[in-house]
Design a protein around this ligand. Structure first.
Ligand code: PMP
Length: 335
């Protein structure tokens, strides 16, 4: 029988799916590279972050930082929190998550549904303010017995989880034929770990391309925060090794969201905005690639958490983005 005893045992091993329509390159059949999406919503918690949650917790257990009856404390809004909550439940730890008050009701409900204890803090205060997410999580770590904080931004087991799982999976799934790896940069763990592995195993032949929001960090050049969730940080986190990237492609919010909507309509892939962002970068890479090339682009999470934003026409219109993505079926002037 194929029955898993552990949900944690089902993390990773996500499939690769060939992309077609969203690349807008159907007319190049025969001459176009293969572009394959690594679809991370197949993980039990619905995102790539399950991988780092498992690895960071297991490393903390080995190091003696997390013991029976202990508590995991992390400031996070979404995917990492879900991954940590799942691992905490299976291993019997408390999971305390600190979130900014900008989190959606659905996001908050999801974390609580998994059994996490969530503390909501004002987003509009500086990090040094006693009410900030950072200060509150510091305090929780001090005051909670057996508390341990993973800190995904600086934890070396974040990139290591991708070095040991995501990268080797892509190498095996493409029979070592992958030539390009494209991933969005948030903590930088994915691109550093998976990209680093692929470079090493290929003797430096695989090109690694990072994708990030356009403009100054988080402001997108518009004075407002970058709207694509999960990518774009003010500072370069310790989990990110910029030396791994051969190229970093900046993508505008509008282009990322148009691609995200097209992924759902044209490929049947309901994913988050950072997946759309990575696909825009992959499209640019594909435009300069040959028929022998194999481009793998990582889609970090599913799209259910974005139904009231990216997939909502009124929300898109409020931010000045067209609701019907240019080039999709039904719109005039497809490129
Ligand atoms: N997209 C989403 C939705 C994410 O949650 C994350 C993780 N912050 C990323 C992209 C970026 O991945 P990484 O942190 O490994 O750079």
């Amino acid at each position: 029988m194929h029955v898993s005893d552990s949900l944690i045992g089902l993390v990773g091993g996500t499939p690769l799916l060939r992309l077609r329509g969203v690349l807008g390159g159907g007319h190049r059949d025969g001459g176009a590279p293969l572009v394959a999406a690594k679809v991370e919503y197949f993980n039990p918690g619905g995102s790539v972050k399950d991988r780092i949650a498992v690895r960071m917790v297991e490393a903390a257990e080995r190091a003696g930082d997390l013991r029976e009856g202990g508590a995991i404390v992390e400031a996070t809004t979404g995917n990492t929190g879900i991954g940590l909550a799942i691992v905490a439940r299976e291993r019997g730890y408390r999971c305390l998550l600190v979130c900014p008050d900008t989190i959606s009701a659905d996001g908050l409900g999801t974390l609580r549904a998994y059994g996490a204890e969530v503390v909501v803090c004002p987003a509009a205060v500086p990090p040094g303010d006693p009410a900030s997410c950072r200060s509150v999580s510091d305090r929780l770590v001090r005051q909670t017995s057996g508390a341990w904080r993973p800190d995904q931004y600086s934890n070396p087991h974040n990139p290591l989880s991708h070095y040991e799982t995501t990268g080797p999976e892509i190498w095996a799934q493409t029979d070592g034929r992958v030539t390009h790896f494209v991933a969005g940069i948030g903590t930088g763990g994915t691109v550093t770990g998976a990209g680093g592995f692929l470079k090493e195993v290929s003797g430096g032949c695989v090109r690694v391309i990072g994708a990030e929001p356009r403009g100054p960090a988080r402001s997108g050049g518009t004075g407002r925060s970058c709207l694509v969730e999960g990518v774009g940080e003010d500072a370069r986190p310790a989990a990110f090794d910029p030396g791994v990237c051969d190229e970093v492609i900046a993508v505008g919010d509008g282009d990322a969201f148009a691609a995200t909507r097209r992924l759902a309509r044209e490929e049947g892939l309901l994913v988050g905005g950072s997946g759309g962002l990575a696909v825009v970068a992959a499209r640019a890479v594909a435009a300069g690639a040959g028929p022998e090339d194999v481009i793998v682009v990582l889609l970090p999470d599913g799209g259910r958490g974005y139904l009231s934003t990216i997939f909502d026409d009124a929300w898109m219109a409020a931010y000045g983005f067209p609701a019907t993505p240019p080039g999709s079926a039904g719109s005039a002037g497809s490129p």
